[in-house]
Design a protein. Structure first.
Lengths: 475, 470
């Protein structure tokens, strides 16, 4: 009965209730969607780190991690591998050779980490092979008599391997993408010029086109003008196992793009056999063994088991390798909660005001109800329920709209092109795919009900203080 | 009675509702101010760090160097150039630099490093490398000794947390370990005894090097050891040389700390086969406000000739500006949502007020009050609510912000460690009063003005007979 009365009361002043409901709807929708964006960004970062960069567990010789000393190798591979295999929950294993060195082209050089891999094995652990940029080659698929290297997009830019130029094919493709002729005419004046790097190209484009035109077409133009000469070469310089400097020419197998500037700038992949030959490191010796596990919740357990079985080796899991990532996954939910609570608190002011109004305008009615024997508990819960209904209707509507918008945007993601450079420098992709777990909605529902209850306390207490005799007399 | 007076009295007829509405505005303004202040303060702090420890406000470079940092895009450091820069009133001194990339090795360990040729004395005016020399070290041996010494147990636990860290001043080690002023008298001498570190500096003309402390740990080198640098010199020559490690520095940004090697710039020019040349000439300046900097960029640009070019700190920190911009926008979205919710709250209040006072309005107009006057009263009422909300928000937030500005929150212990792992300085600085204060007021005023539209329309469309019946 109380439930029904409370529900009917909500609709007695339709406009007023709808304003409150609308405010809750908008507040909840906006915060749910922002949180989904944040969560999507974080999830993408974590996935990228685990699937492309570090995986779950890394095992190396004691002290290797500190300074990548190439002499610290895992030499008894057979024994180590058989020990690892006794631990449950490990789904994949791959070995790597890691050497610090310098990558250089005719015009520039940069410090890099050269990682020797077995491409076929790597595919079982990492998804890096799916990040090869179109038109730059492949993931060591093609046979070649040259030594091959796979480098990151940012390193390619840094070393002036990626260039920009506009020629007739570029103009034609742009024309097909319905870019106005006047812009094409302006661009045509650039044909024949090669821009050694992105910044120079940007500078020229900026001076050529208006701001509005760049906002509209800049990305398309840049994408088409991007040029890369297949089979480019670069020199990798490093020290071999006897401390002699080795400089070797590598051909580019391809360019990968993982949306993480630090990683792309510093990690170069080559075939393990090539690196072993050049450095003189013996076969079956490695710097690192990388493991993938099937359940990420088991990370700590598997790590400690491995530590027990491999006391002479350094076992590290992803939480220890990238504490910032672990911190992020641990605390991110608290951040969402704080965000949600602040917004709900702001909403509560509106609800309190409305409920107060409700109580004051029904003074006579409430007095009557008490006079005919409705007990205080029931009056209190009736008001509280009305408040909860108000917030819950708005909350459910907000979550529903949020859910729909998340579904719609999650398909193609939202691309913050303007901030790509800055975000990728932190390892975050600027192309965000919002996502949120179902559990989150349950928590939010709970918080919304709580908001309804909390904001009804003051008005409900006011209602209890009414003296029935006096209350009936008010008009 | 005057309109504003009547409005004020009207407000207190329903005290509770007025106070709750004011409280909602206060809540939004307070949160928005504190959040904005923290955000802007952090940006400001990071910019200052980057500018004061690395780029400086103004540099002169070869026009291609910024986009393409190779040893081939360098220029001659001539006395004419020096005179041209020094002739500006705002110049304190010029700070010559030669920066490039090399492979540093010691024994079997190698790492790509940033080689920075500096003038050991003049650099003090800009990035103050001298002040960043390591004074205290918490390495394993030192911690071992410290643990035997007579120190509080709590402090001993902290040592393990910060194992391997270096500190360049008393203040920094006290902050990180959470040593209070009061305890410093008894603790500092012990630290001095067991954890202090003998350091040296570089001199022009002597082939000595300074290393970032993380880099030194990586290469397992200490003072007096030899460092080999191999790189690409001017016009494709090979650059290679041996240097004695003269000192270890601790830089606030971990990224630099991991890869920096300082050499005297004349030695660096020799290494890269580019005698008399520089990659950049930074300028140490007196006044650093925006207008003064852009004036200086203009005057200097007119005094130098291509291929030389003057660039300002904004250009040099473009990436950081982009990051801050993205972060700032996300903060603004949050504040935007908050204000949107508050706007609805205010609108709800207005709605109730209008409905409740329909009859009153009718009576007032019936007895001859002009509608325009009634509207003015209502507008005053709403403005009072807005203004009270804004002022109470500012009044409470301001002391917190001012206090936070002069005493920024610094984390110690676990929190500090977490921040450092994240590559950030463990500090939360506030931004003092600035335009963002004005913004909050403008936004609230706009919300209030929009909310007023509803009762104003109601009053103008009101049919007296109907409302009297209400």
């Amino acid at each position: 009965m109380i439930w029904k009365t409370a529900w009917k009361n909500v609709w007695r002043n339709r406009v007023r209730s709808l304003v409150v409901i609308a405010s809750v709807t908008i507040g909840v929708f906006a915060s749910v969607f922002s949180i989904a964006m944040m969560n999507g960004m974080v999830a993408q970062r974590v996935d990228a780190a685990l699937d492309e960069e570090i995986s779950h567990v890394q095992i190396s010789g004691m002290g290797f991690r500190l300074n990548n000393d190439p002499q610290i190798l895992i030499t008894d591979r057979g024994k180590t591998v058989s020990q690892i295999k006794t631990v449950n929950g490990i789904t994949g294993m791959v070995e790597r050779t890691i050497i610090s060195g310098m990558a250089s082209t005719a015009s520039k050089s940069a410090g890099v980490q050269i990682i020797g891999i077995d491409p076929e094995m790597e595919k079982k652990i990492f998804t890096l092979n799916k990040t090869i940029m179109q038109g730059t080659g492949d993931y060591f698929e093609k046979e070649s008599k040259n030594e091959l290297a796979l480098i990151g997009q940012d390193l390619a830019k840094e070393l002036n391997i990626i260039r920009y130029s506009i020629d007739s094919t570029v103009l034609l493709t742009l024309k097909m993408q319905e870019i106005p002729d006047e812009i094409l005419d302006k661009l045509a004046s650039l044909s024949g010029i090669r821009f050694a790097n992105e910044k120079k190209f940007n500078k020229t484009i900026n001076s050529l086109l208006s701001k509005r035109e760049i906002n509209k077409y800049g990305q398309k133009i840049k994408k088409e003008a991007w040029s890369f000469r297949e089979g480019s070469r670069l020199t990798l310089t490093f020290l071999d196992k006897d401390n002699n400097q080795v400089g070797a020419r590598f051909r580019l197998a391809g360019i990968y793009d993982v949306k993480n500037t630090m990683f792309e700038q510093s990690v170069v992949f080559v075939k393990d056999a090539d690196l072993k030959r050049l450095t003189g490191i013996k076969e079956n010796s490695f710097h690192q063994i990388i493991l993938r596990i099937n359940d990420i919740e088991q990370t700590e357990k598997i790590t400690s088991e491995l530590r027990e079985k491999l006391p002479d080796l350094d076992v590290m899991n992803w939480r220890e390798i990238q504490p910032d990532l672990a911190m992020l996954t641990d605390y991110v939910h608290q951040i969402y909660a704080v965000f949600m609570v602040i917004i709900l608190a702001a909403l509560a002011f509106g609800i309190v005001n409305t409920m107060l109004m409700v109580v004051l305008e029904r003074t006579r009615e409430l007095g009557m109800l008490t006079a005919i024997g409705m007990n205080k508990k029931k009056v209190f819960s009736m008001i509280m329920l009305e408040s909860v209904f108000l917030s819950l209707i708005g909350g459910i509507a907000g979550m529903f709209v949020g859910w729909i918008v998340i579904l719609l945007t999650a398909k193609n993601g939202i691309n913050f092109v303007k901030y790509a450079e800055g975000m990728e420098a932190f390892g975050y992709s600027a192309h965000v795919f919002p996502e949120i777990s179902a559990g989150f909605f349950i928590v939010v529902t709970f918080l919304i009900i709580l908001t309804g209850i909390v904001s009804s306390i003051y008005p409900a207490l006011k209602a209890l203080k009414l003296n029935p005799v006096e209350a009936i007399r008010t008009e | 009675m005057k309109n504003y007076k009547m409005a004020w009295r009207n407000l207190w007829r329903n005290k509770r509702r007025t106070l709750i509405t004011v409280a909602s505005v206060f809540f939004a303004v307070f949160f928005a101010l504190i959040m904005r202040s923290l955000q802007l303060g952090t940006y400001d702090h990071m910019f200052r760090n980057a500018i004061e420890s690395y780029t400086g406000y103004i540099q002169i470079q070869h026009e291609d160097f910024w986009d393409n940092k190779t040893v081939d895009n360098i220029f001659n450091y001539t006395p004419e150039l020096e005179r041209a820069v020094m002739s500006d009133n705002n110049t304190i001194t010029t700070v010559p630099r030669f920066e490039s990339f090399a492979l540093a090795s010691s024994g079997t360990l190698t790492k790509g490093v940033l080689v920075m040729g500096i003038d050991p004395e003049k650099e003090t005016f800009l990035s103050n490398v001298k002040g960043k020399l390591v004074k205290y070290r918490l390495n394993e041996d030192n911690i071992e000794n410290l643990k035997k010494a007579d120190l509080p147990e709590k402090l001993k636990k902290e040592f393990d947390l910060f194992k391997g860290n270096d500190y360049s001043s008393k203040a920094s080690i006290m902050l990180e370990l959470g040593i209070s002023e009061r305890d410093s008298g008894s603790i500092l001498p012990v630290l001095e005894k067991y954890a202090s570190f003998e350091n040296g500096y570089i001199k022009s003309g002597e082939p000595g090097a300074l290393l970032g402390d993380k880099l030194a740990t990586f290469l397992k080198v200490g003072i007096g050891d030899t460092l080999v640098l191999i790189g690409q010199g001017y016009h494709g020559t090979t650059a290679a040389g041996k240097f004695r490690i003269a000192g270890i520095v601790k830089l606030p940004t971990p990224d630099f700390d991991n890869k920096i090697v300082y050499l005297p710039f004349d030695i660096c020019q020799e290494l890269y086969n580019a005698p008399g040349m520089l990659t950049s000439l930074a300028v140490s300046i007196k006044e650093n406000d925006d207008s003064e900097i852009s004036r200086m960029i203009k005057t200097l640009s007119s005094k130098i000739e291509p291929p030389l070019k003057v660039i300002g700190w904004r250009k040099m920190n473009e990436l950081m500006i982009n990051q801050m911009d993205a972060d700032s926008k996300s903060g603004m979205v949050m504040i935007g949502i908050l204000y949107m919710v508050i706007a609805f709250g205010i609108f709800g209040t207005v709605l109730m007020m209008t409905a409740e006072r329909r009859r009153e309005f009718g009576v007032l107009v019936a007895v001859g009050l002009q509608k325009s006057k009634l509207v003015a009263v209502i507008i005053f009422e709403m403005l009072y609510i807005g203004i009270m909300g804004i002022f109470s928000g500012i009044a409470i937030a301001l002391p917190a912000i001012i206090y936070g500005f002069y005493h920024p929150v610094r984390f110690s212990g676990e929190m500090a460690k977490m921040y450092e792992d994240y590559g950030m300085e463990p500090v939360m600085p506030f931004m003092p009063v600035d335009f963002y204060f004005l913004w909050q007021s403008v936004v609230v005023s706009i919300i209030v003005l929009i909310a007023i539209i509803y009762p104003v329309r109601k009053i103008y469309k009101m049919k007296i007979v109907n409302s009297l019946k209400a």
